[in-house]
Design a protein around this ligand. Structure first.
Ligand code: WTA
Length: 645
């Protein structure tokens, strides 16, 4: 199937040197060896330098296997000579409170935490610890303190429910939980205590550490300890020797959604991941000593792990962190922050751009954004309209604007414009080229290369540093999910095309994974949450295009005998999803039907549900078991539309 590209013109930004595509591709071709990555590995500090690039049995590779390093050393100790008093973080609370932390201060806090973790709790190398914290300055410190002693942490997005947290604690076998009393959201104080209480009832831990952002909201119970108390007797000058871990020692586990089953615990190593981040900070972000860097993501997702915490801290950059949302108290808040701190590198999602675009230009034009020099987006395809707005109104036509493609599994950026390496002319909406050292292809279902402009599956052709070690506790699933669809290649689950210049355009997921406002959610997870409601017998969830969020979930629900559809019930079902999974997963609509369209082999035909909802042609329905079910879905949907008026 060929897909037309919404591409009109090349964009070259004044003051930036652009190279023709042929030059990029020629130089890029020289980087496609493991030895290239070994030379990149020499750019970071090791306790023991690696001499081996890549080894291991497919697909369980080990990068730089005889190297030893420590992430806490790389991000903090290394800076004590020259950057001790440099600002590491400007943190701004939604309530206007500000905190400024230098690298020296972070180093102290991390040492004190590492000391308390190992002496009070006996946490040691390889132990797992869960983290459930909002965007406060202590979050990076906790991650780095655990890395310092070789513990494996797993951050759970603080917008997730108690169930989701419990599931992750259990699956990872976390001994302890580190959390906070809450945070501000749109002017409200949101407490995390109830979620923590319920989660640890379902999945008990040995202890809970609580940082106070709100103060005086956490009610002390058995098994938890407030951070002030925890650190009270730890001297400020304490030093904990970083544990020199093997390159393939797991740094963290991060859970992400897949097509079926429960979320997968993606395990990232230390050495390969560190090298990928160090190199991409240079190539993609062109990070320089004097930059002020702001990645406006949440640390609960991979973007925040790699490009709020590890990448920028390794580079010794000054970063900005903001607690709140982009449109509260008004849609100018982000631009006021760029002006206030003189942000030069800015990284956000297309959803945020589309949201802010809707309020018109007044808010963005009000601020002096002349400090900006590089803009990127991540998480979903950026539509050309949003790209142009970002380029013109935010970047004022002075900044290269890119759309960096990558995933939780890849650890860092894989496809992007590379202003810090070789910059090819920009095309609004494209992802650009794979970064040095990474080779990708677009394949037809039979494994042959798709031709120019033909939609196919995006794969990564060979191992790269930053790739997963495995799925926690399930090597088999790792192999099956990523390496079997196309032998020897990493299957991303995305559709893409390459255009006449070989630029890559990632179009979106090819599987039942949704991308809601840049958040990755499995339809299966939402369906599982819905059927937890006592009235529900069966549910199918599909992603429907949405102007701002890219995609939103819509649920088709079959009720058990004895239950009648009602608005009240639809609300209850939405609430069930909110409670079991997360507010971000709540379906926009709940459509009641008496049966779901299925294939003869019993698979739900989500494609049909989506088509009905969108009023699009149904396409091939020959595999459908019962055509009446489609009519029924159509009627139910018409009825719902009528009700919604
Ligand atoms: C999508 C986020 C198009 C893609 C870092 C991928 C993108 C999923 C882009 C991973 C982009 C991410 N253009 N699509 N620039 N970036 N995606 O694991 O579908 O939360 O598979 O990692 O987001 O989401 P994840």
């Amino acid at each position: 199937m060929a897909t037309a590209l919404p591409f009109e013109e090349y964009v070259k930004v004044d003051g930036w040197k652009f190279v023709p595509p042929e030059e990029y591709l020629k130089e890029h071709a020289k980087t496609l060896t493991p030895e290239f990555w070994l030379s990149e590995a020499r750019k970071i500090d090791w306790y023991e330098d690696p001499t081996v690039a890549l080894e291991g049995d497919h697909p369980f590779y080990r990068w730089f296997s005889n190297g030893k390093l420590n992430m806490s050393y790389l991000t903090l100790d290394r800076h004590m000579e020259n950057r001790k008093h440099k600002v590491a973080l400007f943190w701004l609370g939604e309530d206007g409170s500000e905190r400024v932390l230098t690298y020296g201060q972070y180093h102290r806090l991390v040492n004190r935490l590492a000391y308390a973790f190992s002496t009070k709790w006996g946490i040691k190398k390889g132990d797992r610890v869960a983290i459930y914290m909002p965007m406060i300055p202590e979050l990076p410190a906790v991650m780095l303190a655990l890395a310092r002693i070789g513990a494996i942490f797993s951050v759970v997005f603080s917008g997730f429910s108690a169930n989701a947290l419990a599931e992750r604690i259990k699956d990872s076998g976390a001994r302890y939980l580190i959390t906070a009393d809450g945070s501000y959201r749109r002017g409200k104080r949101i407490s995390l205590q109830e979620n923590v209480r319920r989660a640890t009832q379902m999945a008990p831990v040995e202890g809970i550490l609580v940082f106070e952002r709100l103060k005086r909201v956490w009610i002390k119970t058995e098994g938890d300890i407030l951070a002030d108390e925890f650190l009270k007797e730890v001297p400020h000058s304490v030093y904990v020797e970083p544990v020199a871990v093997e390159s393939h020692h797991p740094l963290f586990i991060l859970y992400t959604s897949g097509t079926t089953g429960k979320p997968k615990g993606i395990i990232h190593d230390t050495g390969g991941y560190a090298v990928l981040l160090n190199s991409t900070m240079d190539w993609v972000f062109d990070a320089k000593e004097e930059d002020v860097y702001w990645c406006a993501a949440d640390i609960g997702w991979i973007t925040g792990h790699s490009y709020i915490v590890f990448g920028p801290f390794m580079k010794g950059l000054t970063s900005v962190m903001y607690e709140g949302v982009p449109n509260w108290p008004d849609p100018g808040i982000w631009w006021s922050i760029v002006e206030r701190y003189g942000v030069s590198i800015f990284y956000t999602s297309p959803t945020a751009i589309r949201l802010l675009m809707r309020y018109g230009d007044e808010y963005v034009l009000k601020y002096d954004l002349s400090s900006l020099r590089i803009l990127h987006s991540v998480g979903e395809p950026i539509n050309p309209e949003a790209w142009w707005w970002y380029y013109k109104k935010v970047g004022r036509e002075r900044c290269p604007v890119g759309s960096t493609w990558w995933m939780t599994e890849t650890g860092g950026v894989m496809i992007s414009h590379t202003p810090g390496w070789k910059l090819v002319p920009l095309k609004p909406g494209t992802n650009g080229y794979p970064i040095p050292g990474v080779s990708v292809s677009v394949l037809r279902p039979d494994g042959s290369e798709a031709s120019e402009g033909e939609r196919g599956y995006l794969v990564i052709n060979s191992p790269w540093p930053g790739m997963p070690l495995s799925i926690w506790g399930d090597d088999e699933r790792y192999l099956k999910t990523y390496w079997e669809r196309f032998p020897q290649r990493f299957y991303t689950g995305d559709y893409a095309i390459r255009d006449g210049d070989s630029y890559v355009w990632v179009l979106g997921r090819a599987d039942e994974v949704m991308n809601v406002a840049g958040h990755r959610l499995g339809t299966y997870e939402i369906e599982s949450a819905i059927v937890e409601h006592e009235a529900v017998s069966e549910a199918a969830v599909v992603g429907i295009p949405d102007e701002v969020k890219g995609e939103v979930p819509v649920a088709f629900v079959v009720l058990k005998v004895g239950y009648e559809p009602s608005e009240e019930l639809a609300k209850e079902i939405k609430n069930t999803v909110r409670e079991i999974l997360s507010p971000i997963a709540v379906p926009k609509d709940v459509v009641f039907v008496s049966k779901l369209p299925k294939t003869r082999s019993g698979k739900i035909m989500r494609r049909l549900l989506r088509a009905v909802f969108l009023g699009a042609p149904l396409g091939d329905v020959t595999t459908l078991e019962d055509e009446a079910s489609v009519e029924e879905v159509k009627r139910a949907y018409e009825h719902l539309k009528g009700e919604l008026g």
